[in-house]
Ligand binder design. Structure first.
Ligand code: C5P
Length: 231
């Protein structure tokens, strides 16, 4: 299980100051819409300048018609990032187009399909999808895996079922982790480190419990130690 730290702070400087504190840890860093819209490609270079070993997860959650998704992944592939996201609800055509375009790329990023956002509870999910979360996530995973997507973004509540249904190589990435019982904020389907381990999550994403902590370095150290002990 790997730890992705979400760089969701209000400025590039604050995110990079945080990373300076974490420079010696073997972590993935998640660059989301806020950072990428504001700070662009220069921000990715600044991350690597702190530690070239940081793996970059660019979480732009593509959702569009297949041709536009394909054109977008062509551009993303030039950024030399390690993992990207698209929405499974963009459908088979969009996901297939992305995976086709990446076939000609050397060292392509892992592609993860977002299933049910972890901020959905059953009621708010049903309003949009008219189905319960576990069965729709499984359906998303079936379509995504059939076109070669590398894994699914879901909560720990769905991860185990996916790992048991598909090959172990089909990855799960679980946000909404509250490692030591921190507040949930806008997240609804939260989990702690033990839950993530039991759910066989491959990647956990942690944002606010780290970057809002008085001592983020201490929190990351404790998460990694706990993961090592129990995972
Ligand atoms: O602060 P917190 O730990 O809740 O941050 C979770 C991060 O994971 C955020 O950057 C959010 O955009 C992202 N994410 C998520 N749920 C998904 C996909 C991504 O929370 N399904």
């Amino acid at each position: 299980m790997k730890l992705c730290v979400a760089l969701d702070l209000a400025s590039a400087k604050e995110n990079l100051d945080l990373l300076e504190l974490l420079r010696d840890y073997g972590i993935w860093v998640k660059v989301g819409l806020r950072s990428f819209i504001r700070d662009g490609q220069a921000f990715l270079h600044a991350i690597k300048a702190i530690n070239p070993a940081f793996k970059i997860f660019l979480d732009l959650k593509l959702y569009d018609i297949p041709n536009t998704m394909g054109d977008s992944i062509d551009e993303i592939a030039k950024l030399d990032v390690d993992m990207v996201t698209l929405h499974a609800s963009s459908g088979r055509g969009g996901m297939r187009e992305v995976m086709e375009r990446l076939k000609v790329i050397e060292n392509p990023p892992l592609v993860m399909a977002v299933s049910a956002l972890t901020s959905f509870d059953e009621e708010s999910f049903f309003e949009i999808y008219h189905r319960d979360i576990p069965s729709q996530v499984l359906e998303f995973a079936k379509i995504a895996s059939s076109v070669g997507v590398n894994g699914i973004v879901c909560s720990c509540l769905e991860s185990l079922q996916i790992k048991q249904t598909f090959s172990r190589d089909f990855l799960t990435l679980t946000p909404a982790i509250r490692p030591f019982g921190e507040g949930s904020g806008d997240q609804k389907r939260i989990a702690n480190l033990q839950d993530a381990k039991e759910a066989m999550s491959d990647f956990i994403v942690v944002g606010r419990p780290i970057y809002k902590a008085a001592n983020p370095q201490e929190v990351v150290k404790k998460i990694l130690e706990t993961m090592e002990l129990s995972c």
